[in-house]
Design a protein around this ligand. Structure first.
Ligand SMILES: Nc1ncnc2c1ncn2[C@@H]1O[C@H](COP(=O)(O)OP(=O)(O)OP(=O)(O)O)[C@@H](O)[C@H]1O
Ligand SMILES: [Mg+2]
Length: 399
């Protein structure tokens, strides 16, 4: 079975590479001749035009982050722009290394010591978090912006009882006394679905399963009553059933507590049930930005197509295809569209010039030359999948 799968993937990959060579040849004659010097601004994409209105809770603008390493500067985030609207769930999707965690860590002010914010802004209320010092973050972190991570074990202290970890957080951030904090902690454990919270209160993290630990981490984040909750791959370490339960819990809590969520994942399957809006990231940039409906049913960037094609489908007729090649080395980010090397629809211009954000609708933008009026028309390869996907993604996961 596994061999059969491998064979399928290899065949797909060969097909992919042939197509890729072919489309490159095709392009030399077409787009570049017609459009040698695109006069477009790459600074800030159209979707960020205008002032921040009262519905915009956070704005990331023109953000560039690099890391000093012995081999050179790693350009991890290269001009990221997005708005976070009050009450929405914005999902940031992309392969490993695309810069999702670095972007969210910058918002929390917890970047590694070798990180440099080269330029850009993170506007939140009257502050620019990109310019804040550690002491400014102390007040914001946890109580205004909370974060949960992929591995619940590393977020918990292994030698401290669960109850104490929760009450410490409550005492520190809310000013409750020990007794009040205990009552609130048990309430919170109940809210996140921990059975017998009074008994569990006295246990250590190792006595909890992975899913239960993640529920505790969520409870600790909620203890501080944040306005924004950043979830960085919170279900990646869990099996699918538990994953579905945690996703349902996050959705339920979001509604009850009026949270605004940034949800980070490499798994588009997760996004389908969570997202109001989606930002697709590749090699440190957002390449497509739209509502969940738009990105799933009318995707425009070939990287989004590739992600959707590699997404498992419930119906057996759809073959899984892997994205050939590897993400680029971010010490030497490629010129042009960073995905060009792996893109079977790449045009010559993609290797030379960075595409701007083309507007598809008022809420949907994609940075691909394929949207230019002179570009050769490419039929969206996912057309036939939409019907079945639409049916599948409408299925609600229940506990
Ligand atoms: N402290 C660091 N020093 C050097 N490079 C780093 C550091 N932290 C992150 N990077 C690099 O920054 C890039 C983006 O990393 P990031 O952790 O944001 O990826 P990601 O999209 O979250 O991926 P994953 O899905 O694996 O979590 C990667 O190339 C990574 O190697
Ligand atoms: Mg990450």
């Amino acid at each position: 079975m596994a061999e059969e799968k491998l064979e399928q993937v290899t065949q797909e990959k060969d097909k992919y590479e042939n197509l890729y060579k072919f489309s490159r040849k095709l392009e030399i004659k077409t787009l570049q001749e017609k459009y040698p010097n695109p006069n477009v601004s790459l600074e800030v994409p159209g979707y960020l035009e205008g002032e921040m209105d009262e519905n915009t809770i956070l704005r990331v603008k023109n953000l560039h982050i690099s890391f000093k390493t012995p081999n050179g500067l790693v350009r991890a985030v290269r001009n990221v722009n997005f708005d976070l609207k009050k009450g929405e769930t914005l999902c940031i999707v992309g392969e490993s290394g695309s810069g999702k965690s670095v972007t969210s860590r910058a918002i929390m002010g917890i970047l590694a010591g070798n990180a440099i914010i080269d330029e850009g802004h993170i506007y939140y209320k009257d502050k620019d978090l990109a310019k804040c010092k550690e002491k400014d973050f102390y007040e914001l972190r946890g109580s205004s912006i909370g974060m949960i991570f992929q591995d619940p074990l590393s977020s918990l202290n292994p030698i401290m009882k669960i109850g104490k970890q929760l009450t410490e957080a409550l005492i520190l951030k809310t000013g409750l006394n020990r007794e009040q904090a205990k009552v609130r902690a048990i309430e919170l454990m109940h809210e996140v679905g921990i059975p017998e919270p009074e008994k569990r209160f006295k246990q250590y993290p190792f006595q909890f399963s992975g899913g239960m630990r993640q529920r505790i981490v969520i409870a600790i984040a909620l203890a501080m009553e944040p306005e924004i909750l950043i979830c960085d791959e919170p279900t990646t370490a869990l099996d699918v059933t538990i994953q579905a339960q945690i996703l349902d819990l996050i959705k339920k809590l979001k509604k009850e507590k009026d949270l605004t969520i940034i949800f980070i994942t490499h798994d588009l399957g997760v996004v389908a049930n969570m997202a109001d809006r989606i930002a697709v990231m590749y090699a440190g940039k957002i390449v497509e930005y739209g509502t969940s409906e738009e990105v799933f049913y009318n995707p425009q960037h070939p990287y989004t197509w590739a992600l959707l094609e590699s997404m498992p489908s419930l119906s057996t007729s759809n073959r899984l295809s892997a994205i050939p090649g590897t993400p680029p080395n971010m010490i030497y980010p490629p010129k042009g569209d960073a995905f060009a090397q792996r893109n079977r629809y790449a045009l010559k211009i993609d290797f030379e010039q960075e595409p701007p954000f083309f507007k598809v609708t008022d809420t949907h933008y994609a940075a691909t030359w394929l949207l230019h009026e002179n570009a050769p028309k490419v039929e969206n390869p996912l057309k036939n999948r939409y019907q079945s996907q639409r049916k599948e993604t409408n299925v609600e996961v229940t506990e």
